[in-house]
Design a protein around this ligand. Sequence first.
Ligand code: C2E
Ligand code: MG
Ligand code: MG
Ligand code: MG
Length: 280
Amino acid sequence: RAKENTKKDYFYYNIKLIEKIEERKRIKKILEKALNNNGFELKYQPQIDLDNGQAEYLEALIRLKEYDISPGKFIPIAENSGLIIEIGRWVTKRVIGKISTDLAKGKAPKKIAINFSVHQLEDHNYIKFLKETLQENNVAPELIEIEITESILIKKEEEAVKFLKQLKDLGIKLALDDFGTGYSSLNYLNYIPLDKVKLDKSLNDKFLEAKASAMGNLIKLFHSFNLPVVAEGIEDKEQYQRLQEKGCDYIQGYLFSRPQKWEKIKEITTINFIEKINEE
Ligand code: C2E
Ligand code: MG
Ligand code: MG
Ligand code: MG
């Protein structure tokens, strides 16, 4: 009987594996199609400055227009298939183009953060591409922030450090994303020219209530390196109040706003988000 069960398990295991491979192939085709047919769009989520309630930064987050497949699912497939390089360039070009059109209309531009995957290091001409795109659109590099994760330092340390220094020389801002999900050696604080650290949602959910003082110390640690701190994934007011008490600088989360279409950006720049949630 035991033998039979093993055989059965093996059979189901194989089926599951085949299903997974088929699913990945299907999504890869969708991504290829989206690249060719304008099938991606960007949503923008504000990061609220706790000093004044304003959205000084917006993070660009990619979506598939016609499919309900989250980036958490399709970005890893884009990474493993190499499509991330073309997708990454599309995102960069789109963001810079959007800022440029708004500059032309005389609207105050906002600083925009772009996510950058470790696999994009394979795009050896990315820096050149970025520089040219900024120049063509007449956009100041200081308006762009690039978000990296620790994985970039773990996988390709030397190459990554060189790349990040080139970005900084260009005038681009640099944020460390998803802090608290990796190995967090902290050693890189000595040699990576960061401008900001983003605390991952999981860290905020785990520690804000039970270990608020630890969160306060963590924020102080980053402040001692002159790094402002953003807390990600904040959904309720209590979390916001705790973070405010602990000296957190920015909050990004559904409490203040979900990612929005570009058309909403003008309105977003006029809102005092702290007053808004206090009225509710
Ligand atoms: P991320 O860079 O850490 O982005 C933050 C994610 O948290 C976004 O998910 C955002 O919608 C979500 N979020 C924000 N506030 C809340 C909240 O209060 N509650 C909850 N539950 N979630 C919140 P999203 O847009 O699904 O993106 C997931 C991940 O996919 C991103 O995580 C990023 O790693 C990746 N990604 C998204 N867009 C791009 C892109 O253009 N390029 C690359 N390379 N990666 C991207
Ligand atoms: Mg991010
Ligand atoms: Mg994050
Ligand atoms: Mg402050």
